[in-house]
Ligand binder design. Structure first.
Ligand SMILES: Cc1ncc(COP(=O)(O)O)c(C=O)c1O
Length: 434
């Protein structure tokens, strides 16, 4: 590694210590934790490590993965690397020495440092980032915070996430807004088709369009930027809400690239931050238009912090999230995206030779990442998922949602190739027994 790259590493890894230099004891905790990250392999940032298993062993060893279960439901929620677990544990212990002193007088200030780190990763201004507990909270804050009146139309798809669908349905019942439904035929590698499906549901009354960036059921990546551009060409004032629960820290992009107004994500998914962490982006000029879910002294303010009046919350969790960003940056967004895509294609391409196997996910880098959903002819989703667990302790999730039926398999950066080989082998043996 050359001197510049090494300096970059040190800069990234030293970030949290800088942010935390509030009291000597917190600084000590941060320094101790940072030391552990210096075991990163010395590889230049520009080297393509997608298939370099020596590199990924370091990542695998950074997690505390069970040797007894092969976890292929990282799409639900991700484990945390040990550095994040340690930070959570240390800050929790520190907080327990004098909760209101450490949490409200010192750790509380760490949120501003975290905001800077997240904004840097997201490519936004820190003044556009609110830190909260999950994608549901972020997206529902916008759904319930928008000024909409009877007859206003919202465009969404049947393949969106249930929590968001329920929130819109509640507004439909309560406020008389009109929901205009798209039914997507997936997988698709046809940008024109995907954009057209949204366009077809738009009218003069359209006020909001919701786009799920990565569809959780089958791992379809939607061309959010092209959909946004089509919407803007029609009417600049339409609000664009992007559900990025599965795309943030999974794909290498910056939130403003998508050209939406709002973006909500969970950080306990692809960022591997502590459970119960999320983030909301609101374009600066839109902040004052959105009412808060939990009232603040000035609900129409243009300060993004008005969305953080949640009452008492876990400060250790927020502090540990900074370490998850460090860990992610140490790998790098592009490296991570390429590796996740490689892992998915690695097993799917092998499994395609199995009789009766079908996959409901694209293999193309522009339309997919780590998630794939598959079926075996002649077997129900529930039986297939339980056979994988019984035969090889492979944990997956069964999907039966609208027009998507199959077993969803989601590896993560710590996944070993031999576990994917085991998956393919087990699918083969199950197929022989049908
Ligand atoms: C597309 C999508 N949106 C939103 C969510 C909600 O995430 P959370 O439960 O972390 O709020 C999920 C969860 O899996 C999801 O897949």
């Amino acid at each position: 590694m050359d001197r510049n790259s090494r300096r970059d590493f040190v800069k990234i890894l030293g970030g949290v210590a800088g942010v935390l230099s509030i009291s000597p004891s917190i600084e000590t905790v941060a320094k101790e934790l940072d030391k552990k990250l210096y075991h990163i392999p010395q590889i230049p940032f520009d080297e393509d490590v997608t298939k370099n298993e020596d590199y990924w062993v370091w990542v695998q060893q950074s997690y505390t993965i069970s040797p007894n279960v092969i976890n292929f439901n990282n799409g639900g929620v991700s484990p945390q690397p040990v550095i994040v677990q340690d930070a959570l544990d240390r800050y929790n212990r520190l907080s327990n020495e004098a909760p209101s002193y450490y949490m409200w007088r010192t750790l509380d200030e760490g949120r501003e440092g975290l905001r800077l780190k997240l904004a840097d990763l997201a490519g936004t201004s820190p003044e556009e980032i609110a830190i909260n507990r999950n994608a549901t909270e972020a997206l529902e804050t916008v759904i319930f915070g928008l000024n909409l009146k009877k007859g206003d139309e919202v465009v969404l798809t049947k393949q969106d996430y249930p929590n968001m669908i329920h929130a819109w349905r509640q507004r439909e019942k309560r406020d008389g807004i009109v929901l205009k439904w798209i039914n997507l035929d997936l997988p698709s590698e046809d940008i024109e088709y995907l954009v057209r499906k949204y366009e077809e549901q738009m009218t003069d009354k359209t006020k909001v369009v919701m786009i799920t960036h990565l569809i959780n059921w089958c791992g379809q990546l939607l061309p959010a930027k092209q959909i946004s551009q089509m919407i803007r060409r029609k009417n600049k004032n339409i609000y664009i809400l992007i559900d990025g629960a599965h795309s943030f820290a999974h794909f290498d992009f910056k939130i403003p690239d998508l050209e939406g107004d709002f973006f909500g994500t969970s950080l306990h998914k692809w960022l591997s931050a502590p459970f119960g962490t999320g983030m909301m982006y609101i374009k600066k000029e839109r902040i004052s238009e959105i009412w808060t879910m939990f009232a603040s002294d000035n609900p129409q303010s243009s300060d993004i912090r008005k969305f953080e009046v949640l009452g008492t919350r876990s400060f250790p969790t927020e502090m540990a999230t900074g370490y998850a960003v460090n860990f992610h940056n140490a790998i790098g967004s592009l490296r991570k995206q390429k590796r996740l895509h490689y892992l998915k294609n690695y097993w799917v391409e092998k499994a395609m030779n199995i009789k009766g196997f079908s996959v409901q996910t694209s293999l193309h880098l522009d339309f997919s990442g780590a998630i794939a959903t598959f079926a075996l002819k002649g077997m129900t989703v529930a039986d297939l998922s339980s056979a994988l667990f019984k035969k090889a302790r492979i944990h997956t999730t069964g999907i039966n949602w609208e027009n998507i039926n199959g077993v969803r398999v989601t590896p993560h950066v710590y996944t070993q190739l031999k576990d994917l080989d085991r998956l393919v082998d087990t699918i083969y043996h199950i197929s022989k027994e049908i």
